[in-house]
Each structure stands twice: as structure tokens, then as C-alpha cells.
Design a protein around this ligand. Structure first.
Ligand code: ATP
Length: 230
């Protein structure tokens, strides 16, 4: 069943389409990759799904089983998250929980749960300024999960990390898949192949290829299907 669907989603800047009539269907309970080169329109698409920017045209529908504003069912880690270095990891996540409307008690419980899920239990009382890049991304993921969203959207979660940080986050995403639906963007085919079930390939604002990972791997000789996007 689809968790979120878009119909002819379009965003224009000065008459130019950054996202051009994109129709996506994101399944519940799986990990979906939005793959494409720089400037393809990935961030713009994700920002429309999260409600951060308004589409110029098109529709976004969230599964009707989940009532109310879709934003409360979505957790988001932006490509360039802003961390408050003077806070501890614990303070940062519980602050986000309270901003999301959780009671103090629930915020505390959920903060503990998510910090443990992302492997930051022992570092929770350290200042964020002392965290490595990988730890900051894990903290950002804990923050995105703290209100227990149905869909977590991660914009290029590994692109700024060194190989160790990259590996940590990819492994974490494999664990997260068991708890929530994930939609993430990347420009690296191997990352999409490693963790995703479904892939949408975007180029110049349009979806040019879509399908299940194994179906696409059978249909296209690797890495040819990615080279097409360059
Ligand atoms: P990257 O991997 O570099 O982040 P992306 O696939 O996420 O790329 P977007 O950031 O969505 O791509 O950008 C898609 C296109 O829209 C680009 O040409 C970009 O310059 C343009 N664009 C995005 N935001 C704006 C804006 N606020 N004003 C004008 N143009 C914009």
C-alpha cells in the first residue's frame, strides 16, 4: 500500500521547472531511494513532500489511514542540518521532541529510545560540537525519528561523510528499515542498491526510471542504468 503519492508534482523557479510533473508512489514498510545527479531536483522534491516548500502544481496524498496533517507523520533530516553545538545530544533530541508537540514525559522516553536506536546512548551527555560527522548524522536521524513518524525522509544522508561514517549510516538505515518506512536521496548507485527496495531515478526534474531494485537490476545491465542519468 502506498504511504505517500504524488501526481504531476511540479516546482518552477522563474519559469524553469526544478521538478517537472513527478508522480511518485512510495510504498509503506520499505526503503525507497531517490537517485540522481546534482541538480536533478531531489531536494526540491523532498522539500515539497515535507511541506517546507509549496508545489507550483500537482498533488501530494498521504495514506488516509493516518489522519491529520501529513507533516506530523513525516520525520526529516535535511541535507545540511543545523546542529546546536552547545547542546548535548540528549538536549538536542528532546528539544526537537518538544517542538514536535510531545509531552515532557513522552519526549524523554522517546529521546532515550531513539538515541539508543542510533547508537548514541553513551555519548548522549557530550556536547554536539564534539561529535564526529557520522555521530552528527546519527543524531539528526534520532531527531527525525523522535515523534515516531510513519515515514522518515533523509536528504543525502551519507554524501558528506568519510568512509567510516558512511558505513555507519548505511548500516543504521538497514536497521531502521525494520522500524519505519524510509525515503532517501543519493547520487550514488551503490548506496541505493545496498539499502533500498525501490528506486526512482531522477534527471533534470523528471523521473526517468522507477521500479523495485531486483527488477531494475535484471532489466538494466549495471552500471549502465545509472550512467544514463549523468
Ligand atoms: P543536489 O544533489 O546538488 O542537492 P538536487 O537533485 O537535490 O541536487 P535540487 O537542489 O532540488 O537538486 O535543485 C534542482 C534545480 O532547482 C537546480 O537547478 C537548482 O539550481 C534549482 N533550484 C533549487 N532551489 C532553487 C531556488 N530556491 N531558486 C532557484 N532555483 C532553485
Amino acid at each position: 500500500m502506498s504511504l505517500i503519492e504524488t501526481a504531476r508534482l511540479t516546482k518552477k523557479y522563474n519559469g524553469n521547472a526544478a521538478v517537472d510533473t513527478v508522480s511518485l508512489s512510495i510504498r509503506e514498510g520499505v526503503c525507497t531511494a531517490l537517485l540522481g545527479p546534482n541538480g536533478a531536483g531531489k531536494t526540491t522534491t523532498l522539500n515539497m513532500l515535507t511541506g517546507l516548500i509549496k508545489p507550483t502544481e500537482g498533488e501530494i496524498d498521504f495514506n488516509k489511514n493516518y489522519a491529520g496533517d501529513r507533516r506530523k507523520h513525516i520525520g526529516y533530516l535535511p541535507q545540511y542540518p543545523k546542529f546546536y553545538g552547545w547542546m548535548t545530544g540528549e538536549e538536542y533530541v528532546s528539544f526537537s521532541a518538544e517542538l514536535a508537540g510531545l509531552s515532557k514525559k513522552k519526549a524523554k522516553e522517546s529521546t532515550n529510545k531513539m538515541l539508543s536506536l542510533v547508537g548514541l546512548e553513551e555519548d548522549r551527555r557530550k556536547k554536539v560540537s564534539g561529535y564526529s560527522g557520522g555521530m552528527k548524522q546519527r543524531l539528526g536521524i534520532a531527531q527525525a525519528l523522535v515523534h515516531e513518524p510513519k515515514l522518515v525522509i533523509l536528504d543525502e544522508p551519507v554524501s558528506a561523510l568519510d568512509p567510516i561514517g558512511r558505513r555507519e549510516i548505511l548500516e543504521l538505515m538497514k536497521t531502521l528499515k525494520q522500524h519505519t518506512s524510509i525515503l532517501f536521496s543519493t547520487h550514488v548507485l551503490h548506496d541505493a542498491e545496498e539499502v533500498s527496495d525501490d528506486i526512482f531515478i531522477m534527471k533534470k526534474g523528471k523521473i526517468i526510471i522507477e521500479g523495485g531494485l531486483s527488477e531494475l537490476q535484471q532489466k538494466y545491465q549495471q552500471p549502465a542504468f545509472f550512467i544514463e542519468t549523468e
